[in-house]
Ligand binder design. Structure first.
Ligand code: GUN
Length: 294
């Protein structure tokens, strides 16, 4: 049986980091050091890990970063006051408020309070709107932008392809659909966005030339759901119990990798696929924000 070629997210993220490092040199000549502020509210274990990884990536590239950790009991007004200060802080080019936020805080209000020019997460309504309109002056959210780079740099034909996206979240599914359906180079796909109310998801998946799983269900995508030769991108990060593991749990994606790989033409490993791309795109957005300093 044939075996799907691995899409090496670590290697492709490395290419992007090298390009970003070049842009850092040009900024240095202009006397500019990009700065990124992380805001974390509460003690969500995954958020701690993610922000830690992003901080280290900044340090490696020479981006200044600072992390503000606020207690779970922080009020929305206190969080907005911090964002107002960061919005006017001249050292800070990008602001990232790590999701999820505590339930008493309205995420939409928070993301709308980050200056659009510092919104390197691409969550501000202005940037979401620009993405929908095909206006490339905005910031694209890092994970779907990273998936696009994986596809383009692996030589996957997007133009005219049937792209099926599983999951309609604001961070991945919805912006991913907007990116792939644009009338633009590296887009022009026919996009189907499936979600929890979709009838017969498997039938949609089997039509896909490009299948992107971002629904947050462990190993949801099985071999029977994949068209032979399709490109399969696994965005999922799910913690499942594992009695054999020291921690008692382990991470798995939204794709049953072992079963799907023999059917797929190309497939992302997980870990080592989409994850490193999200960080690479965050740093690229931050450097771009610094290049565009007023
Ligand atoms: N939580 C999960 N993914 C993301 C992301 O891309 N950005 C932020 N801010 N929070 C997240």
């Amino acid at each position: 049986m044939s075996t799907g070629t691995l899409i090496d997210g670590r290697a492709i993220a490395g290419q992007i980091q090298a390009e970003t490092a070049q842009r850092m040199v040009s900024l240095q000549v202009r006397g500019i050091q990009p700065g990124l502020a992380f805001v974390r509210v509460g003690e969500d274990a995954a958020s701690k890990v993610y922000v830690g990884m992003k901080e280290r990536a900044c340090a490696q590239l020479g981006i200044f970063s600072e992390t503000r950790v606020l207690p779970e009991t922080t009020t929305q007004a206190e969080l907005l006051a911090l964002l107002a200060r960061l919005n006017t802080d001249a050292r800070i080019d990008g602001i990232l408020v790590q999701a999820p936020l505590p339930r008493h805080i309205d995420e939409a209000v928070v993301y709308a309070s980050v200056l659009p020019t510092k919104d390197v997460d691409g969550f501000h309504p202005v940037n979401v709107g620009k993405l929908m309109l095909g206006d490339t002056t905005g910031f694209m959210p890092c994970t779907p932008a990273g998936v696009l780079e994986l596809l383009v740099r692996s030589g996957v034909t997007i133009d005219g392809a049937e792209a099926v996206i599983l999951g309609r979240g604001n961070i991945v599914g919805k912006p991913m659909a907007a990116i792939l359906c644009q009338k633009a180079r590296h887009a022009n796909a026919t996009v189907t966005l499936c979600h929890s109310r979709t009838r017969d998801i498997a039938a949609h998946c089997r039509r896909a030339d490009i299948l992107i799983a971002a629904l947050g269900v462990p190993r949801f995508v099985t071999a029977a759901m994949v068209k032979p030769g399709a490109t399969v991108i696994d965005v999922g990060v799910n913690r499942i119990p594992d009695a054999g593991a020291k921690s008692g749990s382990r991470l798995v994606g939204d794709v049953d990798f072992e079963a799907v790989r023999p059917v797929a033409g190309r497939i992302t490993p997980n870990p080592g696929g989409v994850g490193p791309m999200t960080i690479a795109l965050l740093l690229r957005n931050t450097v771009r924000a610094a290049e565009q300093r007023p």
